[in-house]
Design a protein around this ligand. Structure first.
Ligand SMILES: [Zn+2]
Length: 330
């Protein structure tokens, strides 16, 4: 599918499509994860390149649309992080810390120094996430943004604008991407026939697109995990770890972070953020928790998140984390 716009993006999309020649050559599409920024950028790229756009959208049928859906459009470049060192591990795919490297931007430079495939045709460069660029790559990109090649549209996607160099920011038009209202989000989830849309809406913190797109059944996963979390001091760590790791280390940490935040909110009589249907068990945990241990654990999870993509000993790391979880309630 070539048009992947979300209902809460419609007016922004028409705005930028109608801008035509007056559109800034580098749009920085920023906002939190899970609101559909990348799909917005992909939809826009397709529409800009399409030979017979219909009501502002790509037609899905012309030569350009075909090339794009085959990942072989001569006037389109997409840059995403690559493995910094290409060490292969034998068994299941391990995720390494990934970056956008200077060689990728150099290759882009070479590509853009050639003329476009079509006479007067536009070229589109999509980079995501922009914060994955290391400093050398950022500086190389800066040169391109300062002296943009003709008829080239940069679409830059970022979840963490604060992590970008100020020099890069100053060369872009910063576009804050809209978030869905509760009503829009729920309607959209229902239209996708997602089971438990209400639960997904809360659990995703109002940013439902990531959680929906990989056909993993989050709610079923949570149901398996729930007894362990609710158990507090009685958690069976050996049984909990294999469930927790199912969606990788990053998600394991996130699930703990969300749960801890709600324990904290419950202990301060605040409305729950991610688990509004778990008021009773959360209150019980909040009554038993050692607050300074909870805060220390939260900080540790934040630090862990930075290294969550390292493949080393994930089960062992999770065991240690859950031991700390247990101790919070001891
Ligand atoms: Zn087309």
């Amino acid at each position: 599918m070539i048009n992947k716009l979300y209902p809460w993006q419609n007016s922004l999309f028409s705005h930028w499509m109608q801008a035509g020649e007056t559109r800034h050559h580098a749009l920085l599409l920023h906002g939190k994860t899970g609101i559909g920024k990348l799909h917005f950028a992909q939809t826009m790229a397709a529409a800009l390149l399409c030979l017979r756009p219909q009501q502002g959208f790509a037609c899905g049928e012309c030569e350009s649309c075909h090339w794009l859906s085959e990942g072989a459009h001569p006037d389109f470049r997409e840059i995403t992080p690559e493995d910094d060192d290409a060490a292969d591990s034998g068994k299941k795919k391990t995720r390494k810390r990934q970056q956008i490297l200077i060689d990728q931007i150099r290759a882009l430079h070479d590509y853009l120094s050639l003329t476009s495939h079509r006479v007067d045709g536009i070229r589109v460069v999509l980079i995501h996430p922009l914060e994955a660029m290391n400093v050398a790559a950022s500086n190389a990109l800066l040169k391109l943004l300062e002296e943009p090649p003709q008829r080239t549209q940069f679409l830059l996607v970022s979840h963490q604008r604060q992590a970008l160099l100020p020099t890069i920011l100053s060369r872009c038009m910063q576009v804050e991407m809209p978030v869905p209202s509760r009503e829009q989000g729920l309607q959209w989830l229902q239209a996708q026939s997602v089971p438990n849309p209400e639960w997904i809406w809360h659990y995703s913190g109002g940013a439902p697109t990531t959680i929906q797109q990989d056909e993993f059944d989050w709610h079923a996963w949570y149901q398996q995990l729930r007894p362990h979390l609710v158990g507090g001091a009685t958690i069976d760590i050996a049984a909990a770890v294999p469930v927790l790791i199912k969606q990788g280390m990053e998600q394991a940490i996130q699930v703990l972070q969300k749960w801890l935040l709600d324990v904290w909110l419950s202990s301060h009589q605040q409305p729950l953020r991610y688990h509004p249907s778990e008021a009773a068990p959360l209150q019980a945990l909040a009554g038993a928790v050692n607050m300074s241990r909870l805060l220390a654990f939260q900080q540790q999870l934040n630090r862990f998140k930075m290294t969550a993509q390292h493949p080393l000993n994930q089960e062992l790391q999770l065991e240690q984390l859950l031991l700390q979880y247990k101790k919070m309630f001891a």
